[in-house]
Design a protein around this ligand. Structure first.
Ligand code: PMT
Length: 309
């Protein structure tokens, strides 16, 4: 068995896995034969430190990239499988997180009848979002699949990929989740909460095999696969992205630096690269970089489907 197979053998599937697998298959079969389907992964994976998990290792990802991109893919006519970290941002509801939504509403007391209304200019903000949400609900083009741990993510990614394999080049994988490269194997984890009176624990993390390899070569060999590369050191960004393309043989790496990811990314191909950015005016106008990323990708995907690349 190869490294990733041994790794999968050691992981426990998430609760309700067979039911989720069935939903994924049904979702793909239900779409019309022309519809393109994108699998968007979003948010960060957790690494439990105990079987009865009280503590875990997490990362920064809020799911902004994934949830915004999912919306733009839906806007571009795609059906979307959104595999996301539970409690991270989701398409549509992301616009109303925290108290934002409550601040948009007001209570109106008319003739002893109390009603709730959307305040003034918020109507203009809400209208297009609600409109798109309702159309997506009606057409059944969005399937949301939550994960929490690295193990959940791995099982769900594989199941979602395999359910997409039957649609060949019409599938796109957009792997924006921040997936941990390290984990604590099940047999090295204590059953119960670590006790502080036992002194400071020594936690030994092991490397997670990159699943891009089986994904590209075996699970969805004809899909348009886009991975992301996150770095904090600019000097490494393009070099590491090219190395990934060479190693995994997929179509494109979208490279980003932690601090500038909301207004600058680099599309890296085996022989070329270019920037996709937001200028000051676009930032002031609340344009999201994901709109530009998705616009560009949808065209590339069409060319790929028609055999032009
Ligand atoms: O959610 P936000 O706050 O908006 O942030 C967005 C983002 C910065 C998380 C996103 O733009 C991004 O860069 N996501 C990928 C981050 C990442 O995991 O990079 P990486 O270099 O560790 O992994 C590269 C690729 O390998 C990823 O596409 C990942 O899906 C894949 N991978 C990772 C680990 C692993 N064991 N197997 C994998 O195949």
């Amino acid at each position: 068995m190869s490294g990733w197979e041994v790794f999968y053998e050691s992981l426990t599937p998430p609760d309700g896995f067979e039911e989720t697998k069935r939903k994924l298959q049904e979702f793909c079969q239900r779409q019309s034969p022309q519809t393109k389907i994108v699998l968007v992964t979003s948010g960060g994976t957790t690494i439990p430190l105990e079987h009865n998990t009280v503590r875990f290792v997490d990362n920064f990802s809020a799911g902004t990239r994934g949830s915004a991109s999912a919306e733009y893919f839906l806007g571009a006519g795609y059906a979307v499988i959104f595999v996301f970290r539970q409690k991270s941002l989701e398409p549509f509801s992301r616009h109303f997180m925290g108290q934002k939504f409550l601040n948009m509403l007001e209570m109106v007391d008319e003739n002893e009848c109390l009603s709730i209304k959307v305040k003034g200019s918020n109507v203009e903000l809400l209208r297009p979002i609600l409109h798109q949400y309702q159309e997506v609900e009606r057409s059944g083009r969005l399937l949301q699949v939550p994960f929490t741990t690295l193990s959940d993510y791995m099982w769900l990614l594989r199941a979602a990929s395999e359910s997409l394999s039957s649609i060949g080049s019409r599938a796109m994988l957009y792997l924006a989740a921040a997936v941990s490269d390290f984990y604590v194997p099940m047999d090295k984890m204590p059953t119960h909460k670590m006790q502080s009176d036992a002194g400071p624990p020594t936690i030994s993390l092991q490397l997670v095999p990159k699943v891009l390899k089986p994904l590209v070569n075996m699970w969805v060999p004809n899909a348009y696969v886009v991975s992301f590369k996150l770095e904090t050191d600019t000097a490494l960004l393009i070099k590491k992205s090219r190395e990934a393309l060479k190693k995994y043989n997929h179509k494109l790496v979208i490279a980003n630096i932690l601090q500038t990811r909301k207004f600058r990314v680099v599309f890296v191909f085996p022989d070329t690269d270019y920037e996709v950015t937001l200028n000051d005016q676009e930032i002031a106008d609340n344009i999201e970089i994901e709109s530009k990323i998705v616009d560009d990708l949808a065209k590339k995907h069409d060319n790929y489907i028609s055999g032009m690349v």
